[in-house]
Design a protein around this ligand. Structure first.
Ligand code: TXE
Length: 481
C-alpha cells in the first residue's frame, strides 16, 4: 500500500496526526493508496514555511524563478508516461486522455507562466509640469490554491504556476480524491531545486485542510476551483477577512446547433464536448439545443455514435470513456438519470452502468447517456450533473434558444454551431457566459481570460489576468516640478 506524504518546507513529511485516508482506484473500485489526513497543525507548518521562504523567493529575479519553473516543467515532461498513468489510475480517465490532455497541459501551465512573468509589465502615468505616477505590481505573499478532482494536475498547476511566477509562496491543497500527481509534483520540485517552503502541498479533506487555509489570516488570497456550494462556503469565510478570491465553479453549458451548421464537424465535436473525461469537465456542453429542421437528423446520428462509444478500463487503448471518479459521484450522476425520467425525459441511449470483467468488475463505469423530451427549466436541465449525461432539446428561433440557454444560475461556457457569420457574433454577444466557442470546443489559448459569470464563479484565470490576481498594484507618484 503506497503512503503519500505532505510537502512542507521542502521536505516530504507525514501528517502530524499520523492519520491517513483511503485513496481509491475508481477503475477497479478498490483502495490502492493512503493519503495524509492533515489538520490545521499541518497547515500552520506549511504557512510558517511559506512565510520564511517569501523574502528570498520574491526577492529573486523573475528570470531565476522562471528557470526553476521551466526545469520543473521539463522534469514532468521527462516522466510524462508515469504521470499520465498515475493520473488515470487516480481519476479513472483513459490513459490516452491523461497523456494527450492532462499532463501536457500541466507542463504548458508551468512553461506559460514561467515566460509570461518575463513580459509582465506595469504602467506609468505622466502628469505635465507636475510629476509622474508609476505602478508597481508586487507579489501578495503567502497564497492558497485549492483544486478539484476532475483534471487534477492540469488545474492544480493552472493555479500554482502564476502564483509562483509572480513571486508568491504557496500553500496548496489538491482534491483528496485525486492527490497522486500533486504528490509526484512535490518530488519534481525538490529535483528542480525549488527552494524549501516556496511551494507547500498539504493533502487531506476539504472541510479540515481547505477550511484551515481559508481561515488562516496569513494566507492573503485563495484561488479555488470546485463546486459552487463549496465556493460559497469559502467566500463566506474569506470575504470578511478581505482576502483576494478567485472562484472557478460549476457550469451547465449550452451547446447551440443551428440548421446551417457544418453537420459533420458539429456531430464529431459534440461527442467530445458531451462526454470527454466522462463528462467531468466544467466546460462540457451538457444541454444540447438543436434547430428543429435538423433536430431528428442530428439526434439520430448523435445517438447512433454515442451508443457505439466504448466505455472501458483506462489502459484500454480503445477506451473513449473510463470510470467515473468515485462511487458517490457515480451514484449522484445516476440519481440525475432517475430524476430525468421522473421529469418526463426519455433515455435514448445509455443510462445504465457498465460491468466489466475480472479486476475491473467493481469499477465505477457508466454508459454515455442522451435524454430528450425534458422542459428546458426542469431540474435536470438546470442543475449541474458533472457526468456523461446530456439532454437534447429542439428550438425554432434565436430568441427562444437564447432564453433557454441563459435560463440557468450558471454562466461558464457555451458553444454555437452556425455558418452564418453575423448570427455567430450576435448569439455569442447575447449568451450569459464567460467563454463562447463558435464551431469548436475547448480550444484554449492560455493568454485568454478564463472563468464564468453568475454562479460559475468570480474573477478570471489565465494570462496576465492570473498574474494580476496574484499581485498587488501600488501607485507611486514622484513630484518633479
Ligand atoms: O469540487 P469540491 P469537486 C467544479 C465542477 C464540480 C466540482 C467537482 O463543476 O461542481 O468542481 O469538483 C476542497 N473549504 N469544477 O467535487 O467538492 C476539496 O477538498 C475549502 C469547476 O472536487 O468543491 C477539493 O480540493 N476547501 C471548475 C476542492 O475543494 C474545500 C473546473 C474542490 O472540491 C471545502 C473543475 C471547504 N469547506 C471543476 N470543501 C471550473 N469552473 O473551471 C471541499 N474543499
Amino acid at each position: 500500500m503506497k503512503y503519500i506524504k505532505n510537502y512542507i518546507g521542502g521536505q516530504l513529511v507525514n501528517p502530524q496526526s499520523g492519520n491517513y485516508i483511503d485513496n481509491y482506484d475508481p477503475s477497479r473500485g478498490r483502495v490502492y493508496a493512503q493519503i495524509p489526513d492533515s489538520e490545521k497543525s499541518d497547515i500552520d507548518s506549511a504557512v510558517a514555511a511559506a512565510e520564511a521562504a517569501f523574502p528570498a523567493w520574491s526577492g529573486m529575479s523573475k528570470s531565476e524563478r522562471s528557470d526553476i519553473m521551466i526545469k520543473a516543467a521539463d522534469l514532468i515532461e521527462a516522466r510524462m508516461d508515469e504521470f499520465a498513468a498515475a493520473e488515470s489510475l487516480d481519476n479513472g480517465k483513459p490513459v490516452s486522455l491523461a497523456t494527450h490532455v492532462d499532463i501536457p497541459r500541466a507542463v504548458s501551465n508551468f512553461k506559460f507562466f514561467a515566460t509570461a512573468i518575463l513580459h509582465f509589465a506595469a504602467e506609468s502615468h505622466h502628469m505635465e509640469n507636475l510629476g509622474i505616477n508609476y505602478t508597481l505590481r508586487k507579489p501578495i505573499g503567502v497564497v492558497g490554491c485549492i483544486s478539484p478532482w476532475n483534471l487534477p494536475l492540469y488545474l492544480f498547476t493552472w493555479k500554482i504556476a502564476p502564483a509562483l511566477a509572480a513571486g508568491n509562496c504557496v500553500v496548496a491543497k489538491p482534491s483528496e480524491i485525486t492527490p497522486m500527481t500533486a504528490f509526484m509534483l512535490s518530488e519534481i520540485c525538490i529535483e528542480a531545486g525549488m527552494p524549501a517552503g516556496v511551494l507547500n502541498i498539504v493533502h487531506g479533506l476539504g472541510h479540515k485542510v481547505g477550511d484551515a487555509m481559508t481561515r488562516d489570516p496569513k494566507i492573503k488570497a485563495i484561488s479555488f476551483t470546485g463546486g459552487t456550494k463549496t465556493g460559497e462556503t469559502i467566500a463566506k469565510i474569506a470575504a470578511p477577512m478581505f482576502k483576494k478570491l478567485s472562484l472557478e465553479l460549476g457550469g451547465k453549458n449550452p451547446n447551440i446547433i443551428f440548421a446551417d451548421c457544418d453537420f459533420k464537424q458539429a456531430l464529431s465535436t459534440t461527442l467530445r464536448s458531451s462526454f470527454a473525461n466522462q463528462g467531468q469537465i466544467c466546460l462540457c456542453g451538457s444541454r444540447i439545443f438543436i434547430e428543429r429542421p435538423i433536430y431528428e437528423k442530428f439526434r439520430d446520428a448523435f445517438v447512433e455514435k454515442v451508443s457505439k462509444t466504448k466505455v472501458s478500463y483506462p489502459t484500454d487503448p480503445e477506451a473513449k470513456l473510463g470510470a467515473l471518479v468515485s462511487k458517490p459521484h457515480l451514484e449522484k450522476v445516476m440519481s440525475y438519470i432517475d430524476l430525468a425520467k421522473e421529469e418526463g425525459g426519455s433515455v435514448l441511449t445509455g443510462g445504465t452502468q457498465v460491468h466489466l470483467e475480472g479486476e475491473y468488475k467493481d469499477g465505477y463505469y457508466l454508459r454515455p447517456t442522451v435524454i430528450e423530451g425534458l422542459a428546458f427549466d426542469c431540474r435536470t436541465n438546470q442543475e449541474e450533473i458533472f457526468g456523461p449525461v446530456v439532454t437534447i432539446t429542439p428550438f425554432d428561433t434565436e430568441e427562444e434558444v437564447l432564453a433557454m440557454a441563459n435560463s440557468t444560475e450558471y454562466g461558464l461556457s457555451a458553444t454555437v454551431w452556425t455558418e452564418h457569420l453575423t448570427r455567430a457574433h450576435r448569439v455569442a454577444d447575447q449568451l450569459h457566459s464567460g467563454i463562447v466557442w463558435v464551431n469548436s470546443w475547448l480550444v484554449r489559448d492560455l493568454r485568454t481570460p478564463f472563468g464564468g459569470v453568475k454562479n460559475s464563479g468570480v474573477g478570471r484565470e489565465g494570462g496576465f489576468e492570473a498574474l494580476r490576481f496574484f499581485t498587488e498594484p501600488k501607485n507611486v507618484f514622484i513630484k518633479s516640478h
